[in-house]
Ligand binder design. Sequence first.
Ligand SMILES: Cc1cc2nc3c(=O)[nH]c(=O)nc-3n(C[C@H](O)[C@H](O)[C@H](O)COP(=O)(O)OP(=O)(O)OC[C@H]3O[C@@H](n4cnc5c(N)ncnc54)[C@H](O)[C@@H]3O)c2cc1C
Length: 353
Amino acid sequence: MSRRVIVCGAGIVGAATAYHLARRGAEVVLVDRRGIAAAASGRAAGFLALDWCDGLATGPMARASFAMHAELGRELGVDIGYRRVRTSLVALERRGEQGAATGWVDGDARIRGQLGDERTTAQVDPRRLTRALVTAAERHGATMRLGIVEDVVVDAGIATGVRVDGETLAADAVVVAMGPWSAQAAPGLGLPPMLAVKGHSVLLSPREAMPAEALFVDDDHGGEAPEVLPRPDGTVYIAAGSQVTRTPDPPESVGFEPAAIDALRAVAGRLSTGLRGVDWLDPGACYRPLCADNVPAVGAVPGARGAHVATGHGPWGILLGPATGAALAERILDGASTTVDLGPFDPARLLRR
Ligand SMILES: Cc1cc2nc3c(=O)[nH]c(=O)nc-3n(C[C@H](O)[C@H](O)[C@H](O)COP(=O)(O)OP(=O)(O)OC[C@H]3O[C@@H](n4cnc5c(N)ncnc54)[C@H](O)[C@@H]3O)c2cc1C
């Protein structure tokens, strides 16, 4: 069994992996250049779906992770903003036309159909969840360290540590979970470059609480449909975006376009009169990490014994994070995973290309 494991990246994937490793007795050091949930894992919607990945490689992992999310608040002893939601598809009418008002969707929009209900869709606050996982990992002895990962040290085909800010930290196993920066921040592993999909988001503060209902907006928005998600804390999250890039900005300089935030606020106001002209906070953008074939890479890196990668979860990293962390911890500590079969996610497929 590997005893000392360095986990690079404190997003949802690194945090969940660190938590499962630490609770199983591994000595874990979690390293991030900006802190916990500083990138997409702090800015995502936190929408969860039981069966939206069915038929894809991620289907079984999504189902396993959806079930894990329901237990995590209790398990971690923290309010992670989890609740079940109903989910609707909404269409915006042409300007000036009034849609048939349905509850809070009372602007120039109408409900076009149900995409899910309380059995199949849910939400979590991703920043709270990621922080709670790290806190729980620390309770099991893990250490969080701020620092820039410069590379994984590979000696004669064996990963022996991680270079952080010029210092080499020795390890029996290494996990690279640095989102879209995973390949470039660990060049010694020879991982192929990743893709990243940029998305803008903002939180609105309506005067009255909105219901537990997620909305996906079927709109000619020039890309992915905006998603709107009222949170239990009274804020309403809205995001959209689909700019694909090969090299994301460095984590600390991910910028946002004010016009994209204005567009999101305008969509929100068209959906619901309760979201018009309200206060807003935390405007920004983040990147969904993607592998070239759209399937996450989770498992051992060929040619570097002891090195593992866990990234490429695209639009579903919050949903898939808990099962990814549990399965990878099993893979590292037991040699095989039981939570889900990691076969479809074998990083070797990317290196063969
Ligand atoms: C707008 C938007 C909405 C989304 N909504 C949802 C949703 O509703 N449901 C869902 O399931 N998913 C959603 N996602 C996707 C989800 O956010 C991501 O898949 C997930 O957060 C990726 O997590 P990660 O841990 O792999 O990477 P990240 O969260 O990107 O974390 C990577 C970490 O690595 C660190 N790092 C990078 N380089 C270095 C280095 N050299 N040294 C040290 N640390 C480094 C970064 O600082 C960062 O903290 C959304 C994404 C976006 C952009």
